[in-house]
Design a protein around this ligand. Structure first.
Ligand SMILES: [Zn+2]
Length: 262
């Protein structure tokens, strides 16, 4: 009896050891992914790791990302991301699956680790699908906007704490991240006109395949937050107010837009 208990104990210990090793391996993929991304560079205050040689124009991309990030309301110099460039889509999809995400988009951020993974296929594929339109939106398929978008999420977590940031309605968190990521670019574009952005959203012919209803929904969230922040001049804190709903903001924005027409 004693011997068999000893044996069971040994197996239990072995099992426990294996489980701990597996959890460690699992976490290391997100917290210490460096071996999977052997190319490294530092640009514009970002640490970049890549699974392929780092492209020469990345410095320009990161200068632009830095400009976008510093224009954000919630900007704090200590909120930074380590950037992991996935040229291998298979690697990016696997990381998403391990993180429990069913769909792999342009990026995957692990806030607790300060690491964000970006997919070449996700970003460039978006640009191919939409033709890069509308500009200054996630549909543009812009590397610098995608990076700034993830930094904006990180800033929301740093400002409100991860639980509160996680429980924000999707239209607010995604809309705010897209709005904040594109603010500097929109401000410096002399042709930027918010009214024609709404027009573009309302016109059905802009939303035919291969553009997806998913894309249109995100663009709508972006404009709703832009309306609240730029036209109504709400701060991020005001935006979190439960009384600010998607439906009421939509009605208000359309009423405002129609009043411009008359
Ligand atoms: Zn997002």
């Amino acid at each position: 009896m004693k011997a068999s208990i000893g044996k069971i104990g040994k197996w239990l210990l072995l099992g426990l050891g294996a489980a701990v090793a597996l959890v460690g391996l699992y976490l290391s993929v997100f917290f210490f992914p460096y071996p999977l991304f052997p190319h490294h560079a530092e640009f514009a205050g970002f640490s970049v790791y890549s699974d392929r040689e780092i492209p020469e124009d990345l410095e320009l991309v990161l200068d632009d990302a830095r400009r976008r990030v510093e224009a954000m309301e919630l900007y704090r110099a200590d909120n930074n991301l380590r950037i992991f460039l996935c040229y291998s889509q298979r690697k990016f999809v696997t990381l998403n699956k391990l993180a429990g995400k069913r769909h792999a988009g342009q990026a995957l951020v692990i806030s607790a680790a300060g690491n964000a993974f970006f997919s070449e296929e996700g970003i460039e594929g978006m640009r191919r699908r939409t033709g890069g339109r509308p500009v200054h939106s996630r549909l543009e398929g812009s590397w610098s906007a995608a990076i700034a978008h993830e930094v904006a999420h990180l800033q929301m977590v740093a400002t409100k704490g991860s639980r509160k940031a996680r429980t924000m309605p999707t239209w607010k968190s995604e809309g705010y991240a897209d709005y904040a990521a594109n603010l500097a670019a929109a401000r410096s574009d002399p042709n930027y006109d918010f009214r024609s952005r709404i027009e573009l959203l309302l016109d059905e012919k802009n939303w035919r395949s291969p553009v997806r209803s998913f894309d249109r929904r995100h663009y709508r969230w972006h404009l709703l937050v832009e309306y609240l922040c730029n036209v109504r001049e709400l701060r991020f804190e005001d935006l979190l107010n439960a009384g600010v709903t998607e439906e009421s903001t939509w009605d208000e924005m359309i009423a405002w837009y129609s009043s411009l027409d008359s």
